[in-house]
Design a binder for this molecule. Structure first.
Ligand code: 5GP
Ligand code: MN
Length: 358
């Protein structure tokens, strides 16, 4: 049985498996960190890594620079996540999850104290800068939680109980419920193994994708009222004033770019969310989504951000209106240079295959 599971391990090259195995074997106290503004894959992979390490007899410390949304408090271990101020200087190993560059760890990672500690990077962003001593970067995985399914199997850690709930959360949220273009048979196989281990898809979907506050819905409404569509790019802004008027929480506008992308008239969507950063400056979080055959990761990278071809983002200094206008123009330029309109592709396929139709 174990043999057949072993044969199904994917995305974990032998040299990386060996390097990760020995890095973990040599460490006892291990700092695990994921990215600022943590999403379901960040929180799920952080908590999942915690459960993997505990089952190997290790002592993990799980840290996030930004407090995770209580929407994820159903994942076992959630209450044990600490903030940057609780992070010390001395660990045997640091494991960085779902972050494409070191700045994404925020205040948790202090180079002066931490850069002498071995850093293991586990990520699935095509834009990853390979900043670790060991880098396992798998852009063909839909979530870091999918990568941790393969890691747990390689380390003979059972994919059940707490671990299964944590990992299935990241799989479900990063694929928007198995609907993104990178949802392939391997993603579904990973999900099957986690559901066999006791995690329940419908419960996690109900807690995450299908769970919004009334204030959040009203904020979406206010933002959608001002949505713009030009050259098959659709975008909307979420201002601080709109958020305050709706009485919405910090995370309540999230997900709007995905909704905008459902527009038949668009191939690329974007939201521009105004926020105050730690330094008290107005910044604009830009969130991009693209339909299959289109790529928003390169625009994000050009603006100092990162991500995947279908979902990427960056954070820019305000003001909101100028950022939205400039970046929406850049997205339209990128759209023009990418694939031909889907309508043309379909019609040429149909013409070739249906010559008798008039
Ligand atoms: P979201 O739009 O859900 O915030 O992010 C979509 C993708 O883009 C995620 O994979 C996320 O890691 C990446 N991303 C979003 N914002 C930033 C950013 O400011 N910097 C970088 N490097 N990546 C980002
Ligand atoms: Mn992710």
């Amino acid at each position: 049985m174990i043999q057949s599971h072993k044969r199904r391990v994917r995305h974990l090259p032998a040299d990386i498996e060996q390097a990760i195995g020995s890095a973990i074997a040599q460490a006892q106290s291990i700092l695990c960190v994921s990215h600022v503004a943590p999403d379901g894959d960040a929180i799920g992979s952080l908590l999942g890594m915690g459960w993997i390490l505990r089952s190997l007899g290790k002592n993990p410390i799980l840290a996030l620079a930004d407090a995770p949304s209580t929407d994820f408090d159903y994942i076992p271990g959630f209450a044990g996540i600490v903030g940057a101020s609780s992070v010390g200087d001395d660990y045997d190993l640091i494991i960085c999850l779902d972050a494409s560059s070191p700045d994404r760890m925020g205040a948790v990672y202090r180079p002066a104290a931490h850069d002498r500690i071995p850093l293991l990077v586990i990520d699935h962003h095509i834009t990853n800068t390979q900043f670790g001593a060991i880098n396992w970067v798998a852009p063909d995985c839909a979530a870091v939680c999918q990568m941790l399914v393969y890691l747990a199997e390689a380390l003979n850690v059972p994919l059940s109980g707490n671990l299964a709930v944590a990992l299935l959360t990241g799989l479900i949220t990063d694929t928007l419920g198995f609907r993104t273009s990178n949802t392939d048979a391997h993603v579904l196989q990973a999900a099957i193994r986690l559901t066999e281990g006791g995690a329940r898809i419908q419960e996690i979907v109900a807690r995450t994708l299908q769970s919004r506050t009334y204030a959040g819905l009203r904020l979406w409404g206010a933002s959608l009222n001002g949505a713009m569509l030009e050259n098959r790019v659709i975008w909307a802004k979420i201002s601080l004033v709109q958020r305050a008027q709706a009485g919405a929480r910090n995370e309540d506008g999230d997900g709007l770019a995905g909704l905008l992308l459902s527009a038949k008239e668009a191939d690329i969507s974007a939201t521009f969310t105004e926020r105050i950063n730690r330094a008290g400056e107005v910044v604009v979080e830009c969130s991009f989504r693209a339909k299959p055959d289109f790529d928003v990761s390169q625009v994000a990278l050009a603006y100092g951000g990162g991500g995947h071809p279908p979902a990427a983002g960056c954070t820019l200094n305000g003001p909101l209106d100028k950022v939205a206008a400039d970046v929406a123009a850049a997205l339209q330029d990128a759209r023009q240079t990418q694939a031909q309109p889907i309508g043309q592709k379909f019609s040429s396929t149909l013409t070739a295959g249906n010559s008798t139709h008039g």
